[in-house]
Design a protein around this ligand. Structure first.
Ligand code: HEC
Ligand code: HEC
Length: 387
């Protein structure tokens, strides 16, 4: 590792035999750079040009009521809220229940801070928050719905009709294109979800204080010292959980046993997304020629360039509010944060998951009990304050 520069002759002598790498004072300059990107001033999610109602308060208000409405489902009993429940906007079980008692294949992610995501779904098969909503609405094991069911529900409720018409200029009953209707419903649902932000956490205060301690040369006495050091140095967590949302917005195969047998994670998601009519470049996008659309094809290049890395790869989730959303991973197989740390410590599940593909991303860590505990404490400090 080339990061550890302060290996002076004097130090090397004093540490004889132990190798000066592991003893380099924390943080080195590179580690300091990584640290400084981790904490966040409370900033709103970046504007989404593909949804011109993304930050519209009237849209968010309509979206909020639709989010709670089981009438949008074919069976009449399943709302978005049903699977994205409580303070964490997820469920406490590994999978969730949709129409007719059917189970989802994967663990529902928390929707807190969803507006900050670059990709949606564990495998990245949606590229915008508004278009994501079309997937649970139409998924046969989730809401099992379609444009006609959704239209009928909107038309039956006078306040929906009035607010929809006010926003989109056409009454839901007169909207000639069912896909357009679904996209519009997605846009108001996204406007609501973009308000579910919890960013300021004790972690941010700890990082800011730690940075001051570094400047004063007193960081080793700081209570966050071991946690931050393990997160950045020995655990290498920061390689993927980086920046203010603690994610690289990329996909990795961690060697988890997959829930959907035969599915290949991100490798299976790219082509369907690129040809999807609801993507950022499509007919229903409010910026089909914008940056988000232009970046879409880069996904294909990434997948083609490194097939071994994208097969069985899933999105790096944010770690903000992670203590609220057990169980963990796309499978929901890790029940507690302690289990997650053990999983990483062992370098993934023994056999890996995907036939012929073993994780290349993570390695055994050999963490001490104190180091493991310091990571759990660190993760728990990432819970944002409700506003
Ligand atoms: C039956 C349970 C269920 C229902 C109903 C449901 N979801 Fe989900 N949701 C899930 C699951 C499971 C996933 C993860 C799916 C995957 O990645 O394959 C998910 C993923 C998401 C994501 C992606 C989050 C991320 O970080 O990638 C968003 C956003 C979301 N749902 C919003 C909604 C909205 C809006 C509705 C209503 C229109 C809804 N959900 C209805 C179970 C559900
Ligand atoms: C190679 C990139 C990478 C590294 C290194 C990494 N992670 Fe992750 N992390 C991921 C990905 C990808 C997932 C989701 C994997 C899945 O579900 O298949 C994940 C999931 C998690 C989760 C579960 C979050 C949830 O919502 O379910 C936690 C907690 C976590 N990581 C913490 C850590 C810690 C602590 C470390 C360091 C010991 C670490 N990660 C190192 C990429 C990484």
């Amino acid at each position: 590792m080339s990061l550890f520069r302060p290996c002076t002759a004097l130090l090397a002598l004093a540490l004889m035999g132990t190798g000066c790498e592991s003893e380099a004072p924390f943080p080195t300059e590179d580690e300091l750079d990584q640290l400084s990107t981790l904490h966040t001033p409370s900033v709103k999610p970046e504007v989404d040009p593909t949804n011109r109602f993304g930050d519209n308060a009237a849209a968010a208000s309509l979206g909020h009521r639709l989010f709670e409405d089981p009438g949008l489902s074919r069976c009449g009993t399943v709302s978005c809220r049903g699977c994205h429940a409580g303070e964490s906007y997820t469920v406490e079980t590994a999978t969730a229940e949709g129409c007719d008692g059917q189970r989802t294949e994967r663990n529902p992610p928390s929707l807190l801070n969803a507006g900050y995501n670059r990709w949606f779904m564990w495998d990245g098969r949606a590229d915008r928050l508004w278009s994501q909503a079309v997937l649970p609405l139409t998924n046969p094991v989730e809401m099992d719905s379609n444009a006609e069911v959704v239209r009928a529900r909107l038309v039956a409720e006078p306040t929906y009709v009035a607010e929809y018409t006010q926003l989109f200029g056409t009454a839901p009953g007169d909207e000639p294109d069912g896909d357009r209707l679904m996209a519009n419903v997605g846009k108001v649902l996204a406007a609501y979800q973009r308000t579910l932000n919890r960013t300021d956490s004790p972690f941010d205060a700890d990082v800011r204080r730690f940075l001051q301690a570094v400047a004063a040369g007193t960081q080793e006495q700081d209570p966050a010292y071991l946690g931050l050091k393990t997160f950045i140095r020995k655990g290498q967590c920061v390689v993927c959980h980086k920046g203010r949302m603690l994610t690289d917005d990329k996909f990795h195969n961690l060697g988890l046993k997959d829930a959907g047998a035969g599915k290949r994670g991100h490798a299976d998601a790219v082509e369907p997304l690129l040809s999807w009519k609801f993507n950022a470049a499509g007919l229903f996008s409010d910026a089909p020629a914008g940056m988000d659309a232009a970046r879409l094809p880069t996904l294909r290049t990434q997948v083609q360039g490194k097939p071994d890395e994208v097969v069985g790869a899933f999105r790096t989730p944010t770690l903000r509010n992670v203590a609220l959303s057990a169980p963990y991973m796309h499978t929901g197989a890790e029940k507690t944060l302690e289990d997650v740390i053990d999983f990483y410590n062992e370098g993934g599940d023994p056999e890996g998951t995907f036939t012929g593909v073993r994780t290349v991303s993570i390695v055994k860590l050999d963490l001490s009990t104190e180091e493991k505990q310091s990571l759990v404490t660190l993760l728990k400090s990432m819970t944002g304050v409700a506003r």
